[in-house]
Design a protein around this ligand. Structure first.
Ligand code: PMP
Length: 414
């Protein structure tokens, strides 16, 4: 179902894979074992699993009825909140998954610009419009989380409609715009590294000059470093933006927000779906927004993430292990270098699991990651880095592994 939850991505044959319960930072598997989760549900639950206030709001809504012939007022309240937080936007469409929100945004943007071609930078879901990037070369999405993907089932006629550019490579984007009739630029504000040389502002200026609709995909970056989109930090406004993941703290809700003149085009095309009108998603989002604001959760996530980053760097230097650290502070990642990189990553997951942690090489930080939990995590991780150091000095890492090495990314399951 979800690539990021595939057991083979963590610990083939040994990963617990299914859960019976989740609360705060703790997850229970089907055999009743419990773990502290340092991986954290691909980033949906920044307030912690089963947050009491959010769950209570949802339970109240369930009692009152979640669906009928009329619309729920919560969707209007949520739209108002999102446009107040992002004053450049006046209109909102709600959906339930990030991929859907991306497909909605691309449809509206293509209709608004009157041009088909989209320049992309980042991961934007599983739909045909996006995977079309790999029809001309299966390497096109290599730098965007989907290395080597074969776009089987995506109509070949879409080839050449979606063109990737590298983050911070303004010249590459400018050349795409010069050589193709680009109508839409869609990008993540920042994933692995921050903008350099005024990158975001230059993209904005280019888009405005060429009447290109600029879309920031904030499905993952939203509400982690600012109270809203990460673009608020950089002071660069897009024409449209999408939010997901953190917005509902684990309940399904995503949003597309945009400038009136762009969003109004939605009325000329057909974008509509039954369950975009159910009531649980916007109820959860409204309560999540309230709790996030009260806790200033984005500040907590960023501070904890910075501690995790410096903890990893400290371990790497203590044990003389070569390590690359990337990501915004609220979603830090590390990767090892060299031929044993994936084996070391697998070893981390295997040994941390034995010590009671669901932990790989990325942490989607949550406010449930208290200082005490982070301290315990580093105490455990220190022992694994000690092992890795021994491997660097000649010990065979494969002999330490109790199963196969984890997968490095998307792979066809033949
Ligand atoms: N856009 C971005 C930036 C994402 O990180 C993701 C999910 N990883 C998506 C879109 C797709 O969201 P979903 O998995 O909810 O369809």
């Amino acid at each position: 179902m979800l690539l990021s939850k595939r057991a083979e991505m963590f610990l083939p044959g040994l990963w617990p894979a299914y859960f019976s319960r989740a609360k705060g930072c703790r997850v229970w598997d089907l055999d009743g074992r419990s773990y502290l989760d340092m991986s954290f549900a691909v980033g949906t639950s920044t307030l912690g699993y089963a947050h009491p206030a959010v769950d209570r709001a949802v339970q109240e809504t369930v009692k009152k009825g979640t669906m009928c012939s009329l619309n729920c007022p919560e969707e209007v309240a949520l739209a108002e909140k999102l446009t107040v937080l992002h004053p450049w936007a006046q209109m909102v469409r709600l959906a339930r998954s990030g991929g859907e929100a991306n497909a909605i945004a691309v449809r509206i943007a293509r209709a608004a610009s009157g041009r088909d071609k989209v320049a992309i930078c980042g991961y934007h879901g599983w739909h045909d419009w996006y995977l079309a990037a790999n029809l001309n070369s299966r390497k096109n999405l290599d730098g965007h989380l989907l290395p080597g993907l074969d776009p089987e089932g995506v109509p070949r006629e879409l080839g050449g409609t979606v063109l990737p550019f590298r983050y911070n490579d303004f010249d590459e984007l400018e050349a795409l715009v010069r050589d193709h009739d680009i109508g839409v630029i869609k990008m993540e504000v920042s994933r692995n590294f921050g903008p350099q040389n005024n990158f975001l502002a230059r993209v904005r200026r280019l888009a405005s000059r060429k009447r290109i609709v600029l879309i920031f995909d904030e499905c993952t970056s939203g509400f982690r470093e600012t109270y809203g989109g990460l673009h608020l930090k950089y002071g660069v406004d897009p024409d449209m933006a999408m939010f997901g993941k953190a917005l509902g703290n684990g309940y399904a809700i995503t949003a597309v927000i945009g400038k009136r003149e762009v969003m109004e085009t939605a009325q000329k095309t057909f974008i509509s779906s039954t369950f975009w009108t159910e009531r649980i998603g916007p109820t959860a989002a409204l309560k999540t927004l309230e709790v996030m604001k009260k806790k200033a959760s984005w500040e907590v996530l960023t501070a904890t993430g910075k501690k995790i980053i410096s903890g990893w760097k400290e371990l790497a230097s203590r044990h003389q292990v070569s390590l690359e650290v990337s990501g915004i502070p609220a979603i830090p990642s590390f990767s090892f270098h060299g031929e044993n990189a994936l084996a070391y990553k697998t070893l981390v997951t295997q040994e941390m699991l034995k010590m009671g942690y669901l932990a790989s090489s990325t942490v989607f930080v949550s406010v449930a990651h208290t200082a005490e939990i982070v301290e315990g995590y580093f105490h455990a991780l220190n022992k694994v880095f000690q092992l890795i150091r021994e491997c660097e000095q000649g010990r065979n890492v494969k002999r330490l592994l109790e199963g196969p090495v984890c997968h490095g990314g998307f792979k066809r399951l033949n």
